[in-house]
Design a protein around this ligand. Sequence first.
Ligand SMILES: [Zn+2]
Length: 331
Amino acid sequence: MGSVAGGSVAGRFCIGGICVGVFLWRACKNILPTKENLRRRGFIDEDRCILCCSEKETVHHILWACPSAQDVWGASSCKLQKCARSYSDFKDFFEELSVQLSGKDLNLLALTLRGIWRRRNLVVHGGDFTHPSIIADTAWEGLLQFTQANEKELNQADEGRGGTGMKWQAPPSGFYKVNWDIAISTGRKCMGIGVIIRDAAGRVLAAQSKSFMAVYDPATGEALAALHAEGLCRDLGFYDIIFEGDSLSMVKAIGERDPNWLRYGHIVEDIKTVLRTLRQWKICHAKREANIAAHGLAKEATMFIMDNIWIEEIPICISNIVHLECNDLSL
Ligand SMILES: [Zn+2]
C-alpha cells in the first residue's frame, strides 16, 4: 500500500474531529519524536523506552511491542494479537493491517494507536500513566461516538460563525503553522503563554498553555513564549514550521541575523539556536485578530494558573475559535 508512504493516510483518519491521520502518517514515515529518532538527531544521548526502560524506543516498539502497549492491545477489542507479531517495522505492520481490517476495525486500531502514543507523551511531559483498559475503552467510545461528535462540531462551527473578522491563514501544504501569544494579569501577578500548532487544513496538532508566577515586561514575555513555541515543535517532531506572532518587534528580532543586545536578547539568541535545528522555517507577523487562538490559551493560563499540553485535540477553551478559523479556510 504505497499510499501510506505517499501521505494519503493522513487524510483518511479524521475521527470525531481528532486528526489521527497526521499522527499515523508521521508514524509510518518514522518521524514521530521517539527517543530513537531524537537520539539520531542529536537531541538526547540515550534511547531506551521511557515506559519499559529495556528496549530502544522505536515507533514500532512504543506503539506495539512494548509490554505497556501490549497491555493495551490485550484489553482492546481489536483482534490483532496474532497477525501483527511478526513485524518489526511500524510501516510494514500498519500496511498489512490496513489490508486485513475492515473500516470500523481500522478506525479502532487508529484510535488505539493514538491513545498509546498520547499516553507516552503525557508521561514524557510529567503526567500520570494511564491504565491500559482506559486507553482501550476510550478508543472504543471514540469509535462509537465519532459520527455524533462530528455532527456536533459542525453545528458548533455554524453557531459560532458571526463575522467576527478572524483572519487566521493556514500554512501551505507540508508546513505547520505555530501561533504564540502572551497574556498578562496584573491582578493575579502572573503571565500566561499560549502556543498552538495547526496544519494546512487548520487541524490542531498540539497546543500548550503555561503560566509564570511573575509579570515580565511584554517583550520578554513574548520572547519566552516564542522559545516555548519552538521547544514544543522540536519535542513533538515538527521540523517544517511557520512561526506567527502578533508582536512585530519580536518577529523582527528573531528574523534578524545580528545578535540582539536588548534585555531579552539572550532569549532571542536561544530561539535562533533552536531554529537552526529545524528543517525549514519562516517567521511572520500576524494581526491580533489572526492570533486569538494562541491568545485564548495564554489567557486560560493566567486564569487557572496551570500548565497544559494538548496533543491532537482541541482545547475546550478555544474550540469555537479553532472551528471558526478552520471553517473560514474553505470559504
Ligand atoms: Zn517499552
